[in-house]
Design a protein around this ligand. Structure first.
Ligand code: MLT
Ligand code: MN
Length: 310
């Protein structure tokens, strides 16, 4: 199984278009120790020929242009694509809007939880993906599902499971007492298994906390890509960027007693990689103290173009 990080940044990317904050300004200026990052997406393949996108970011066109494996096969049909399916973990703008760039009549499958499919259904712009070509397939949570797309068995089995989190920002209703109207399936984690080798990994780009059920799932895993949005819960406030904590946004922080470094320290996950990294996160600076903390704890900071083979 081949896994590629297409975009390691959170919504907005790095630098974000309108952000002149400390880190965005540095990466824009080309300061050493910073690398630009596209928005949140991975690609996975069991055979190297047929690919599944895990989330479809607004940067998808650039991601395809920078990834030869995702481009039309040279001696193939006049129109062809190795991308046979897209799996969505939530309805974040950074995770669904890339679908709009996949129009043009190419067949593939979209897999997502009911709640996320309902969001696509209620936004008629997604009808550019004609349903007779692009099937929308609801996940039954906690049930392993064998992926197929464009008539091809993709050799991958996905188990989708609800994780602590929040409905997408643009769908929030009411106040925090109702967790903004969030329901099961608004945010899911994925366990992806290569049907042939039995090897598996977890992809959880948005999660509010590592609770007991989630800890139980990922314990002893070989590989995990996890929500690395923020280093400190209040860093958006202290940097003057946005009046919201990570908790308010439904994202666990990297540091602190409830953070992911601490929560994972006893779970024996062999390889741990941060993705969905926000432009405020000091780990984006390779020379920062925060980055040293992460490096010393055995975590890796995902980057665009990163490839992992399992
Ligand atoms: C998030 O991950 O919290 C969202 O992508 C935020 C957003 O939609 O800008
Ligand atoms: Mn996001």
């Amino acid at each position: 199984m081949i896994i590629k990080v297409l975009g390691s940044a959170a919504g907005g990317g790095f630098p974000q278009w309108n952000c002149n904050g400390f880190h965005s300004a540095k990466v824009r200026a080309g300061v050493a120790g910073y690398r630009p990052r596209l928005q949140s997406s991975l690609a996975v393949s069991s055979d190297g020929a047929n690919w599944v996108l895990l989330n479809a970011s607004p940067d998808i066109r650039q991601q395809i242009n920078e990834t030869p494996e995702l481009q039309p096969v040279k001696n193939g049909a006049l129109r062809n694509s190795p991308i046979k399916a897209v799996v969505l973990t939530n309805a974040d703008v950074d995770h669904i809007t890339g679908l709009l760039s996949l129009r043009e009549g190419q067949p593939f499958s979209i897999y997502a939880a009911d709640r996320v499919l309902a969001t696509l259904e209620s936004n008629s712009v997604f009808d550019v993906l004609a349903k007779d070509k692009v099937r929308r397939i609801p996940f039954e949570l906690n049930v392993p599902t064998r992926l197929e797309g464009a008539g091809v068995d993709l050799g991958l089995v996905v188990e989708a499971f609800a994780v602590p989190g929040k409905v997408a920002l643009f769908l929030e209703k009411g106040d925090a007492s109702g967790n903004f109207g969030s329901r099961e399936g608004d945010t899911i984690g994925l366990k992806i298994t290569d049907a042939k080798t039995g090897k598996s990994f977890f992809y959880i780009p948005g999660v509010a906390e590592i609770d007991e059920p989630l800890a139980g799932k990922i314990r002893n895993a070989e590989l995990l890509f996890l929500d690395g949005t923020l280093f400190e819960d209040d860093e958006m406030l202290t940097q003057g960027l946005l009046n919201k904590t990570g908790k308010r946004m439904g994202h666990i922080s990297v540091s602190g007693p409830d953070g992911s470094v601490s929560a994972l320290s006893q779970l024996n996950v062999k390889r741990r990689i941060y993705v969905h990294i926000n432009n405020s996160n000091p780990i984006l600076d390779e020379n920062s103290e925060a980055r040293k903390v992460v490096d010393a704890s055995g975590w890796e900071v995902g980057f665009d173009g990163m490839e992992v083979r399992l």
